[in-house]
Each structure stands twice: as structure tokens, then as C-alpha cells.
Design a binder for this molecule. Structure first.
Ligand code: CP
Length: 359
């Protein structure tokens, strides 16, 4: 079974194929209006969402299919203690494909262990958000014409920002990618991504604590919100929440051909005077999200019949090993813990569900 849990579940070729399909859907929308007739998508959203849930819904509707699910887990039997895996088994009886968002990291991966239908990770805690990444890749391709030879500046919350983690993993596989990481020290990119992604692919990255000094070298400026909901210490949130604000004055130092992306929602990290700048691509990015999700639904349903395509996150049970991440699914539900040794940090063992270092 092919699922989408992490951007690296898709090869570069599969990503190109999905982007090409999304571009064809944009050009020939009416040709796809019956492509999923008789199929059902379940949207299981255990955490709030506007764009991801509604763009999945709109995507399936535009393909002629139907949508069921919940937008608030409190209105489902989850509130009575039903596990992610049992809920998945139940939804398998009603739907052909599942998009799941969860506050608990690794929950969609746990669902794949029992599912008879494709599972799409629609965002798991601070860990990963691969359909946002597909949205971002389509947007970069449409705005700049290429995914190669780009310098991408990530701004804001690089620690908890799952969209940042996923886009870094995806972009690292393209030619001559460079990253500029712009964050306060408290919200710096997790070390495992620097080691497992940047070092693995030999990606050059620099770190900065201001936008102005680096904006002139950047092709894609990826702004992010400081996510209040991920902080346990509200004083720390108050200290860092307004660290980086992009405004029209700062945009004057940017390249003429540059794209500003933001997964949204924004709070105040992009001033509204940037919205009218032609380089502000974040609302076009939202619409791209619907088209790329249409392409993903089509391909995952098609690949379900192709035995050569599988999603395997590997790992094995290690006696005495426990994931220290309090928001990992292995600490919340009765799943069998799985770990794997890092290829790039000798001796380091990571949890397969959330990639947290366990020794
Ligand atoms: N970008 C994104 O994931 O937005 P939502 O939280 O509104 O789905």
C-alpha cells in the first residue's frame, strides 16, 4: 500500500508526476470532474484546520467524489477513548482514502499499520506536513519555473514548524539547493534535520538572525507563524512571537524575481502592505493546495492497485528503548514502538514515529 506520511515517501519522479498532473488539472479542469465518481474521502481532523481540510474537501468534490469525516474529534468516538488504529479500521468500512491531521506525532503512521486504504498525513504535531510540501513545490514551480538552483530562506519558527521540516526534506533532493535559516535561537531548526537532511544531501545552509541582511540572496522566502499552541512556556512564546516581521520596506531589498510563501494562517509576521506585492504568492499557494491534493488523491487511489509501490518506514522494536517525546503516538496509544539507527549519526537511535533521538 502506498501512503503519504512523509515527503520522502514520494520519489523525486513521483513528485514530478504529481506536479505535472496538478498542472494538467489546472489547465483542463472539466476533464477531471468525474474522475473520482463513486469514491469517498474521509477527513479525520483531530486538530484545527481551515486550508488543509477544506482544500481536501474541495479537491474531492471537484473530482466528483464524496467526503465524510470530522473536523473536531470531540464530536466523534475518539472522545470516548477510541484509538487511532481502531478509528482507522472503522473508517476503512466507509471510505476509499483517508486524510488525517493529529496533534500527536506519528498518529498517521500508526494508522498505516492497520489500514486497508491509503492514508495521507495532513499534519502531525510539529513533525511533518507532506501535502503542504506538495502545495509549496507546485507553487515554487509555478512562480519561478523550476525547483533547481534555488536559495530558500526559512523565517520564524523552524523548531515546531512541521511545514518547514517537510519542505527542507523535499527540497534537499533538488540540484544546487541552498538554505538560509532565520530564527531566534529558541526556535532554531532541530538538529536531526540538519544532520539527517542537510548533511546527508550535502546541502549548504547558513543561519541568520535578521531578514534584511540576507533577503537579497533569496529566491523563495518561506515565512512561518510562531505557533502558540506548541509552547508549554507562554513567557517564552511572548518573548519570540514578534521576532521577524516582513514588510514592504524589507521587500525593497529582495530580488525582482522572488516568491514569498507562507503556509498560513499568518498572525502578524507578514505586514498587510506586502499583500499587493506581485512576489507575495501566499494566497495563490492556497489555491495550488487544492489542485495538488486533487492530483494526490488520484495517484494514491491508482497506486493502491500497483503492488510495486509501497510505503515502509522500517524500524524495529528494541528492548528497553522508549521514545522520550511526550507527544509521540508511542507514548499515547498501544502501538509497538519502532526505532532505527541513524545513517548519519553513528550510534544514534531514533523513533520511527516522530524521529526523536532516543539515546
Ligand atoms: N497550512 C495549513 O496547514 O493550514 P491549516 O492549518 O488551516 O490547514
Amino acid at each position: 500500500m502506498k501512503h503519504l506520511i512523509d515527503p520522502t515517501d514520494l520519489s523525486v519522479q513521483e513528485i514530478s508526476d504529481i506536479i505535472a498532473l496538478a498542472e494538467d488539472i489546472i489547465a483542463n479542469r472539466e476533464q477531471y470532474s468525474d474522475a473520482c465518481r463513486g469514491k469517498k474521502l474521509a477527513t479525520l481532523f483531530y486538530e484545527p484546520s481551515t486550508r488543509t481540510r477544506l482544500s481536501f474537501t474541495a479537491a474531492m468534490m471537484e473530482l466528483g467524489g464524496d467526503v465524510l469525516g470530522f473536523a473536531d474529534a470531540r464530536s466523534s468516538s475518539v472522545s470516548k477513548g477510541e484509538t487511532v488504529q481502531d478509528t482507522t479500521r472503522v473508517i476503512n468500512c466507509f471510505a476509499d482514502i483517508i486524510a488525517m491531521r493529529h496533534r500527536i506525532e506519528g498518529a498517521p503512521l500508526a494508522a498505516t499499520e492497520v489500514s486497508r486504504t491509503p492514508i495521507i498525513n495532513a499534519g502531525d504535531g510539529s513533525h511533518s506536513h507532506p501535502t503542504q510540501t506538495m502545495t509549496d513545490l507546485l507553487t515554487i514551480k509555478r512562480e519561478l519555473g523550476t525547483l533547481n538552483n534555488l536559495t530558500i530562506g526559512f523565517v520564524g519558527d523552524l523548531k515546531y514548524g512541521r511545514t518547514v521540516h517537510s519542505l527542507i526534506k523535499a527540497m534537499a533532493r533538488y540540484e544546487n539547493t541552498k538554505f538560509v535559516l532565520i530564527s531566534p535561537p529558541e526556535l532554531a531548526l532541530p538538529d536531526y534535520i540538519k544532520r539527517e537532511v542537510c548533511d546527508r544531501y550535502g546541502i549548504a545552509y547558513t543561519e541568520s538572525n535578521d531578514i534584511e541582511s540576507v533577503i537579497g540572496n533569496i529566491d523563495v522566502l518561506y515565512m512561518t507563524r510562531v505557533q502558540q499552541e506548541r509552547f508549554t512556556d507562554m513567557a517564552e512564546y511572548e518573548r519570540v512571537k514578534d521576532c521577524f516581521i516582513l514588510d514592504a520596506k524589507k521587500m525593497r531589498g529582495a530580488k525582482e524575481r522572488m516568491a514569498v510563501l507562507h503556509p498560513l494562517p499568518r498572525v502578524n509576521e507578514i505586514a498587510i502592505d506586502v499583500d499587493s506585492d506581485p512576489r507575495a504568492a501566499y494566497f495563490r499557494q492556497v489555491e495550488n493546495g487544492k489542485f495538488v491534493r486533487m492530483a494526490l488523491i488520484l495517484r494514491l487511489l491508482e497506486w493502491q492497485r500497483d503492488e510495486s509501490r509501497t510505503t515502509d518506514h522500517g524500524g524495529r522494536f528494541i528492548e528497553g528503548c522508549k521514545c522520550p517525546n511526550p507527544v509521540c503516538i508511542s507514548n499515547h496509544e498501544p502501538v509497538r514502538s519502532r526505532f532505527e539507527e541513524s545513517q548519519f549519526e553513528p550510534g544514534v537511535i531514533r523513533c520511527v514515529y516522530c524521529e526523536t533521538k532516543c539515546n
